[in-house]
Ligand binder design. Structure first.
Ligand code: ZN
Ligand code: ZN
Length: 347
């Protein structure tokens, strides 16, 4: 077994602190990655604090991982020592169900192995995430990362990037379309960059007027402050696609009303309480409300290659790991532009 250093929490109200544990020796198809950077996703906080009610402790969070390959198993063909590699929100799945066969492993019908706060395929061995010195993952669940990009800024692509890229692609958002992005946080800022890069006319909906200048810099064409309903009225039935990235409770109906006929709004944020939906909002214009969860391995690789080609990365604030509690507090308050990333050298 490989002695590994990490940062863990032991309960919903505990603080994160140093934690030593063991990773498996790389098996035939495994890649051992020395972790360089790990993004701080809002879902790390939800899970560390058991806000979704499914937390297991001790927990080493982190699923936006970029690192360097240290060693590979004898059957590994796609990676070699020294390569830059990424790990996202899951590290394995059943591989035989229809969804896995279709490359949509995040929707595995049997067991998607979450990168942390999950169990391996044996459904017993806990998984530990990226707030750690190294990780061992099957090469089929490991992503190739271009060494040309600033790696700290690449880390958030592994969750925030693919979470927004996948629905934009699936619903064919792009040139000539009006795309709305609701919320300008970790997810929203990636949604804006990606939608703009695909040629869409992007409108940001935010409660915070203070983010208007940023929205423009990220590539948005329009900015609407949503606190005032009168700002939304002229936009009724004007949008081809809306990406709703908000993780707090909010009114979906006011955004659904902005969709034109047969257009779709996709939820990618995860509020902890159910939303109220008015049937009127959907029936008018035959609108659709959908959800989307991260993306499969194939699509995640496609997203990373796309971002490398277009020079798209996340806007980040790099922190030493001993400032993780402060980073959590500021993330909850929305006080980060737009993602904290831990420099794992500080572990
Ligand atoms: Zn995440
Ligand atoms: Zn499966």
């Amino acid at each position: 077994m490989l002695k590994t250093r990490g940062y863990a929490t032991t309960g919903p109200r505990a603080k994160l602190g140093p934690f030593n544990f063991e990773r498996r020796e790389p098996g035939e198809h495994d890649v051992l990655i020395e972790i360089l950077y790990c993004g701080v996703c809002h879902s790390d906080i939800h899970q560390a604090r058991n806000e979704w009610g499914n937390s297991a402790y001790p927990m080493v969070p982190g699923h936006e991982i970029v690192g360097r390959v240290k060693r590979v198993g004898p059957a590994v063909t796609r990676f070699k020592e020294g390569d830059v590699a990424g790990i996202g929100c899951f590290v394995d799945s059943c591989r035989v169900c229809d969804n896995c066969k279709d490359g949509e492993e995040q929707y595995c019908e049997n067991h998607t192995v979450a990168t942390y706060n999950g169990t391996e395929r044996d459904e017993k061995t806990p998984t530990y995430g990226g707030y750690s010195s190294q990780i061992v993952v099957d090469e089929n669940y490991t992503l190739k990362v271009s060494p040309d990009l600033p790696l700290a800024e690449v880390a958030p692509l592994l969750c925030a990037g693919i979470t927004t890229y996948s629905p934009l692609r699936h619903f064919n958002a792009g040139a000539g379309q009006r795309v709305g992005v609701v919320g300008l946080g970790g997810l929203g800022h990636m949604g804006v960059k990606l939608a703009a890069s695909m040629g869409a006319e992007v409108t940001v909906f935010s409660t915070s007027k203070a983010k208007e200048e940023d929205a423009g810099k990220l590539g948005a064409h329009n900015f609407v402050v949503t606190r005032e309903a009168r700002n939304l009225a002229p936009l009724a039935a004007k949008f081809d696609f809306i990406l709703d990235t908000v993780s707090a409770q909010h009114d979906l109906n006011i955004y659904l009303n902005l969709l034109r006929r047969d257009a779709t709004m996709v939820l990618v944020g995860l509020p902890d309480k159910p939303a109220e939906l008015q049937a009127f909002s959907l029936l008018a214009n035959r609108r659709r409300l959908a959800g989307s969860s991260i993306g499969g391995i194939r699509e995640t690789q496609e997203m990373l290659d796309y971002c490398a080609e277009k020079g798209i990365t996340s806007d980040v604030e790099v922190i030493p790991i001993d400032r993780i509690e402060e980073a959590y507090e500021r993330t909850v308050k929305g006080d980060v532009r737009y993602r904290f990333v831990i420099d794992m050298e500080t572990l």
